[in-house]
Write a protein that binds this ligand. Structure first.
Ligand SMILES: C[S@@+](CC[C@H](N)C(=O)[O-])C[C@H]1O[C@@H](n2cnc3c(N)ncnc32)[C@H](O)[C@@H]1O
Length: 413
């Protein structure tokens, strides 16, 4: 996530170390409305995935190789966070499974070890299970980065990952010239890392998936229209940081060390990564090597890829509140109610952004000043959040908040 797209004066340092992406989401369950909407968009892909996986080439259900072999079906989510957006997709997959043969289903929720697994366990336990005696469903938690092997070979039948894969495994340190800015050369470093990461993720999953298994992915992307993702939220975060720097509340070292290690891929970036692991027409079997230009590994068949613009549900709620208020006080303009709706909207959007980025802010403050106390970091994070809300209201009041995603569906060859 590029908070600092525009340069700010820079004198700080990131201590020359690679920035490991190990920060958990904070207050995620109540601040993930846009990801919820993006997950809903993927439901038809999940239904299609199950239908294809359990169909024979002639399209007849139940006679495909998965259904013949599978008494136990394993389905995995990569990057579950607190699990509040996991229930619907797992329920969709369970509902779509062919009845009869499958006796047991393992559902595996994966995330980095730093994730709040207590929240995840509590949310996932509210998954309502099929009422018939079979299949028996076993929820399992997997605390490991998905840029590593996470399950035994040829053991996974269905998988999905929503709103995660724009998170990079790690990033090289920024050179002093680039600290505090996301310039062209930094973007090309992040782009190269995002290529490596997506290819790595797909090669690792290929080893873990059974033949005909299906994988559905979505991740934040660069819009082909050129529209910037949630520009108002990003602009307000940036303005608040610059203000804190100018007032001396934050040092340049902290601002320079602040980076959210993500990259929003363009459709071309995705095509480039898929070229390394997806079978081309006329190829059969696994050949070539990753990074072997023009060849690649024929690990997956690409079933579907498309981009979608997803709007934060708070936009609709703001409209609903506005029209309700309008009906109540017809004719009065600039009322306090209108202001409180705008304040609610600014607060909802900024809290949503902060659920992802606040941890990286804290990490930057701590790395710039190792003797800072937790209380001081809390106060700075709260100050940044409040200033961001103020800037959102001042410069981006009621602006629509949307994010583009790329959706991909793959079949294991
Ligand atoms: C924005 S949340 C999305 C959560 C959920 N999938 C949803 O749609 O609401 C991104 C999640 O990806 C996880 N994540 C990022 N990098 C990861 C990695 N290398 N391995 C496992 N999880 C990762 C983060 O910890 C976070 O929980």
């Amino acid at each position: 996530m590029a908070i600092l797209n525009d340069p700010v004066p820079s004198h700080g340092g990131s201590n020359g170390k690679r920035l490991v992406n190990d920060i958990p989401m904070s207050n995620y369950s109540s601040n993930s409305g846009l990801q919820h909407a993006a997950m809903l968009v993927a439901q038809p892909l999940l239904r299609q995935a199950v239908s294809d996986a359990f169909s024979s080439p002639s399209g007849q259900r139940d006679s495909g190789s998965l259904a013949r072999d599978a008494e136990l079906v394993r389905m995995v989510e990569y990057g579950s966070s607190h699990g509040n957006n996991s229930i619907i997709p797992f329920a969709t997959l369970l509902r779509e499974l062919p009845s009869g043969k499958i006796k047991e289903v393992e559902i595996v929720c994966n995330d980095r070890p730093q994730n709040n697994f207590s929240a995840l366990a509590s949310n996932i336990s509210s998954l309502s299970l099929p009422s018939s005696p079979t299949p028996t469903v076993y929820p399992l938690l997997s605390p490991k980065s998905f840029y590593n092997p996470i399950l035994p070979s040829s053991s996974t039948h269905l998988g999905f990952s929503f709103a995660c894969l724009h998170h990079l495994e790690d990033v090289p340190p920024m050179s002093p010239a680039h600290q505090g800015a996301v310039g062209a050369s930094r973007l090309s470093t992040l782009r190269a890392q995002s290529h490596k990461d997506l290819v790595k993720f797909l090669a690792l999953r290929a080893k873990e998936f059974v033949q005909n298994g299906q994988l559905v992915l979505s991740f934040a992307s660069q819009a082909s229209t050129g529209e910037e993702n949630y520009a108002g939220g990003v602009g307000a975060c940036r303005a608040a940081l610059v203000e804190m720097l100018r007032e001396g509340v934050l040092g340049m070292q902290a601002v320079g060390a602040f980076e959210v290690p993500t990259y929003n891929r363009s459709s071309r970036d995705v095509e480039g990564a898929l070229r390394e692991v997806v079978k081309r027409t006329g190829e059969d079997g696994e050949n070539g090597q990753i990074g072997d230009k023009g060849k690649g590994l024929a690990l997956w068949e690409l079933k579907e890829v498309r981009e979608e613009r997803v709007v934060h549900p708070a936009v609709e709620e703001l409209e609903r509140r506005r029209s309700a208020a309008k009906q109540m006080i017809e004719g009065k303009k600039g009322t306090e109610d209108g202001d409180s709706d705008s304040m609610w909207y600014a607060s909802t959007i900024v809290d949503w952004v902060m659920a992802v980025v606040a941890g990286y802010f804290r990490k930057a403050v701590e790395s710039a000043n190792p003797s800072v106390t937790e209380r001081e970091v809390d106060a700075l994070a709260e100050d940044w959040t409040n200033r961001t809300k103020k800037h959102f209201l001042q410069s981006h009041r009621d602006e629509e908040t949307a994010c583009w995603f790329i959706y991909v569906r793959l079949r294991r060859l």
